[in-house]
Each structure stands twice: as structure tokens, then as C-alpha cells.
Design a protein around this ligand. Structure first.
Ligand SMILES: CC(=O)SCCNC(=O)CCNC(=O)[C@H](O)C(C)(C)COP(=O)(O)OP(=O)(O)OC[C@H]1O[C@@H](n2cnc3c(N)ncnc32)[C@H](O)[C@@H]1OP(=O)(O)O
Ligand SMILES: O=CC(=O)O
Ligand SMILES: [Mg+2]
Length: 538
């Protein structure tokens, strides 16, 4: 049994938790009220120590991969995989039809636009698409609260345009920050609290009643898990929370992103560990590609070619998608596809190309057996819906379909071929610097060269460059890719970008390029670029 604190009592502020960020308005004060802080304190008290051990275990595993060991299926959990009987809990009605899911950052206008977009689901992203300034994170919670009570409205100060929620909004799913991130504006016992617990805890605290009033539970997308132990940790957080607030087991429902290479070898175990709360898994393809590079960074036989040559038709990615579908459908869970990063263009020729790319991607996913997919922009919702409608033929999902094949470790790890050239390096430099520059200004998702770029996609550019430098790969024209060459190209590109950006707009260029140079040339590969960037955020 847990020691419960009654949430209806008016707690005084728990001394173990200290808010150091400003409570900048009445809404911010109400989000961080004493009862909410008491709950955060209970979560930290019970779960932050375990979280530190899980993060230490990630490092330990990575050290073995760095010595040349390859990820593989676990022998100690074979009985979970071999037992054909168990299934995940029944999926609630509100989460059965997920043909189209729009994702987006947490600012007020975007939240309203996404909820009104006609998609089945809106995955509101506190992770890849958000730069976690204190103001962004607190405002994000205010927006979530108002979205769930249905009272959300907004007037754009630039255009005067008025926004309000439609009567049939998408179902809201909250994506908290990953386990690796901390929130430096809330201290638990004097140290920054786990960001995942802050986002999860505040979202649950402020929304479980309004969601219950709509006849729905509280839904989460969980990012960047690496093992069944991490899944079991989340399951305990859910059990604890449901007991703390005296709500039914299964009030919380989660969809887990399979977006790390270690996790693809433990999908059944993750479903099993979370079987009371999990409803599905999602192919978070961008972080997955990043994780492939990161996990295998020392393996010279698996260096990835240029980022732009890595599409879902690569054998290792095709196998990942199909194995995820096979695993989910066998266990009664949904298998959601990933994000095509193409975004609409005002140029008709470019728009025709984008449309074709998105159609190809969504067709591939529907044919593989996914139950639904992600889009990055409201204008792509109907395109994705038409394709899934066509393939699902009137049904809301295709859980009955189980792809054939063994999708073993050989194919999941199969090396990829493709170009390694100067234009690829230069593009990676530009994307990484432009993205980090925006992030340092509090913007977590930006359109760059017709693609949506967020923390996951920018990581691929950063990791591509680090890996090529570490191994001094030979470019296709025969030149070794050295630090000197990189420095010269980085300086040229930054000069160019500054010139075309105009005065004042890109205030953080120098900071971003200095950080990027260090991240790319350091002998130690930083686990996530957002960790050193966060230290510079405010
Ligand atoms: C790898 C992953 O993790 S994927 C998941 C995380 N990433 C994301 O969620 C990315 C989501 N997409 C976006 O953030 C945006 O589409 C961007 C930043 C790429 C482009 O945004 P913009 O430059 O504003 O695009 P654009 O000018 O075409 O927008 C047109 C309208 O659509 C809205 N819009 C665009 N994308 C979205 C979105 N994802 N959600 C809600 N509204 C959106 C804009 O707010 C704008 O609204 P307005 O006409 O009322 O002003
Ligand atoms: O979160 C999604 C991804 O592709 O990364
Ligand atoms: Mg991701």
C-alpha cells in the first residue's frame, strides 16, 4: 500500500519542493498551487530515486554497446515473449479510432488549431516539439487545463484573429518530457526535479476531473523509453497516481513510442509491463534513427549515410515498423505510424511534391498494417485520412492483421548504404544550427527547407556529423571528413545564414554554433543535445 495524501485537503506548500521559477500570473499560481506541489512532492519522493537508477542502467548498457556488443532480444524474458495467452487491457472507446493524429507544440494558438484540425487525436508535445523554458512549460499546462475544460480561446495579437475550440475537438493526448530531462525551476530536496514527473503530475492533477466529466480517461504518449524496467516504472507511477486520487485502475492510458534501438528488442516486455494501462505503440521514427546512430556509434560497419538518404524503405526501418505492428496486434494493442516530416508549401509545384511524398509514406504505413498515423500540419489531416480510410475499408483499425515475418536482430540492425558527401554535411550543419538557435530562443519546432524540424530530427543531423568525424569517414569524393574541414564549412555556413537572416532576428547564432561545434567534436557523445542546450536556455 502507498502512503496516501488526501488531495482534497488544502496542503500547505510541502517543504521538500521549492518553486524557483516566477509565478508570472494568476493562472501560473493556480497551476502550481499547494495541492499540486504536494502531489509532485509525493511523486518525487517515491519515484525519483528509482529513476536515477534507471538512467544509470542506460549508461551501463551503452558502455557495453560501445565495446562492440550489439543489442539483442533478452534471454531472461523469453517466457513473456513465448506466452501467447496474455493481452493488454481492453482499449477505451475514445482511443480505438486513431486513423489520423496531429502533433504539435504547446502554445495556445497551435493547441486550438490542432484540436480543431479534424484529426482523431491531438498529441500535444512537451518533448520533441517544445523548448522547455519555464514560461513555455507553465503556459503549456494552463493551455492543457483550458483545452480539457473546453474554455479555451485566443486572440492573436499580431493579426487580431480570434480562435476558439470547435464542438468536436480531437481527443487530447499529453506527451511529457523524457526521463533524461530535469526541470531546474522546481527543486525536490534542493535538486532539479525530473521533468517527466512534473509534466505528468501537473497534467494529471489539473485534468483528471474535467476529462472524467467528458467520459474520458487521462491519456499519455510516453517518449524515448529504452527498457521494460522503464515501462514498469511508469506503470508504478500510474498505479500510485490512480490510488492517490482514488480513481479507477485504467483511468490513465498510455501509448508508448518505440523510438530507441534498445526498446525495439523489448516491445513485448514493455507491453507486458504496462498491460493495465497501455493501449498501443508508435513508431517514433526520427528518434529511432537518432538512437540507431547513438547506440551503434562505435560500430564502424554500421555508420549511417547522410540523413536525407534514410527513409522508411530502408530494410532496418521497414522491419522496425512491421515488427511493431506484429507485436502490438498479437497482444491486442494498436500500432500507430510515424511522422512524415514534409510540411505544406505555398509553391504549387513544391506542394505537389510534398503531397506525393506524404501519400507514399502513409500508403506504406497502411499497407504494413498500422492502425493510424501522425501528421505535422492541419493541412495534411485529410490526405492521411483518405489513405487510411481506403486501406481500412470502413473499419477504425486493423488490429486483426498480423504481418508475416520474423524481423530478427539481423534485419533490425542491417547496415544502410547511401551518399556521404559535402552537400549532405552542409545541410546537416545548417539544420542543426538553425534548430538549436531557435530552441535557445524558446521555439522547439521550426520549418526548415520544407521539413518540420524538431529535437528528434535535429539530433539526427548532429549525430550524423559526430559519427562521421569520429570515424573520419571518407566522403564520396575521397576526402576524409576531418575536424578542420568541418570547422571551415561550419564557419562558412554560419556566416551565410547570418547574412540571409538579417539584423537582430537570429540573436543566438553564435551561441548555437559554438555549442554545435563542441557537441560534434567532443570525444564523448552527449546523450541528448537538449541537455547542454537547457543549461544555456535562461
Ligand atoms: C519527431 C517528432 O517528434 S514529430 C512530433 C513533434 N513535432 C511536431 O509536433 C511538429 C508539429 N508541426 C509544427 O510545429 C508546425 O507545423 C511547423 C512549426 C513545422 C510549421 O508551422 P508554421 O510555420 O506555423 O506553418 P504554417 O505557416 O504553414 O501554418 C499555417 C497554420 O497552421 C497552423 N499549424 C501548423 N502546424 C500546426 C500543428 N502541428 N498544430 C496546430 N496548428 C498548426 C499554424 O498555427 C497556422 O495557423 P494560423 O493560420 O491560424 O496562423
Ligand atoms: O517522436 C517521434 C519521433 O519520430 O521521434
Ligand atoms: Mg521522438
Amino acid at each position: 500500500m502507498y502512503e496516501l495524501e488526501n488531495p482534497s485537503e488544502n496542503h500547505s506548500c510541502p517543504t521538500s519542493v521549492q518553486v524557483t521559477g516566477p509565478l508570472f500570473n494568476e493562472d501560473a499560481k493556480s497551476i502550481l498551487n499547494n495541492d499540486a506541489l504536494a502531489f509532485l512532492s509525493s511523486l518525487c519522493n517515491r519515484f525519483s530515486g528509482q529513476l536515477n537508477s534507471l538512467l544509470a542502467e542506460r549508461k551501463r548498457k551503452q558502455e557495453t554497446f560501445d565495446t562492440g556488443v550489439l543489442p539483442d532480444f533478452r534471454t531472461d524474458t523469453a517466457s513473456i515473449r513465448d506466452d501467447r495467452q496474455w493481452k493488454v487491457a481492453d482499449i477505451p472507446e475514445a482511443l480505438l479510432d486513431r486513423r489520423v493524429e496531429i502533433t504539435g507544440p504547446i502554445d495556445r494558438k497551435m493547441v486550438i488549431n490542432a484540436l480543431n484540425s479534424g484529426a482523431n487525436i491531438f498529441m500535444c508535445c512537451f518533448e520533441d516539439a517544445t523548448s522547455p523554458t519555464w514560461e513555455n512549460m507553465v503556459n503549456g499546462q494552463i493551455n492543457m487545463r483550458d483545452a480539457n475544460t473546453g474554455t479555451m480561446a485566443y486572440v492573436d495579437p499580431k493579426t487580431g484573429k480570434h480562435y476558439q475550440l470547435s464542438s468536436t475537438p480531437a481527443t487530447l493526448i499529453h506527451r511529457p518530457r523524457g526521463l533524461h530531462l530535469q526541470e531546474s525551476h522546481i527543486l525536490f530536496e534542493g535538486k532539479p526535479m525530473p521533468a517527466s514527473l512534473m509534466d505528468f503530475g501537473l497534467y494529471f492533477f489539473h485534468n483528471y476531473q474535467s476529462r472524467n466529466a467528458r467520459g474520458q480517461g487521462v491519456y499519455f504518449y510516453l517518449p524515448k523509453l529504452e527498457s521494460m524496467e522503464e515501462a514498469a516504472w511508469w506503470e508504478s507511477v500510474f498505479d500510485f497516481t490512480e490510488e492517490y486520487f482514488s480513481v479507477e485502475t485504467g483511468t490513465i492510458r498510455a501509448t508508448v513510442l518505440i523510438e530507441t534501438l534498445p526498446a525495439v528488442f523489448q516491445m513485448e516486455e514493455i507491453l507486458h509491463a504496462m498491460r493495465k494501462h497501455i493501449v498501443g505503440m508508435n513508431c517514433g521514427r526520427w528518434d529511432y534513427i537518432f538512437s540507431y546512430i547513438k547506440t551503434l556509434k562505435n560500430h564502424t560497419d554500421r555508420i549511417l549515410p547522410d540523413r536525407h538518404a534514410i527513409g522508411m524503405d530502408q530494410p532496418f526501418l521497414e522491419a522496425y515498423s512491421k515488427r511493431l505492428i506484429q507485436t502490438c496486434h498479437r497482444r491486442g494493442a494498436l500500432a500507430i505510424g510515424g511522422m512524415s516530416a514534409f510540411i505544406p508549401s505555398k509553391d504549387p509545384d513544391e506542394m505537389a511534391r510534398v503531397t506525393q511524398k506524404v501519400i507514399e509514406d502513409k500508403r506504406r504505413e497502411a499497407t504494413n498494417g498500422h492502425d493510424g498515423t501522425w501528421v505535422a500540419h492541419p493541412h495534411l489531416v485529410s490526405l492521411a485520412r483518405e489513405i487510411f480510410d481506403e486501406y481500412l475499408n470502413g473499419a477504425t483499425n486493423q488490429r486483426h492483421f498480423i504481418p508475416d515475418g520474423s524481423f530478427n536482430s539481423e534485419i533490425l540492425l542491417r547496415p544502410s548504404q547511401g551518399p556521404k558527401d559535402e552537400p549532405g554535411v552542409r545541410k546537416n550543419i545548417r539544420i542543426a544550427v538553425l534548430y538549436m538557435e531557435a530552441w535557445l530562443r524558446g521555439i522547439g519546432c521550426v520549418p526548415i527547407y520544407g521539413l518540420m524540424e524538431d529535437a528528434a530530427t535535429a539530433e539526427i543531423s548532429r549525430a550524423n556529423i559526430w559519427q562521421w568525424l569520429k570515424h573520419q569517414v571518407s566522403l564520396d569524393d575521397g576526402r576524409p571528413f576531418t575536424t578542420e574541414l568541418f570547422r571551415a564549412w561550419l564557419d562558412q555556413e554560419v556566416k551565410d545564414m547570418k547574412a540571409s537572416a538579417g539584423n537582430g532576428e537570429f540573436r543566438k547564432f553564435d551561441e548555437a554554433s559554438a555549442l554545435f561545434f563542441t557537441l560534434s567534436t567532443d570525444t564523448h557523445f552527449a546523450d541528448f543535445l537538449t541537455i547542454p542546450c537547457y543549461a544555456k536556455l535562461e
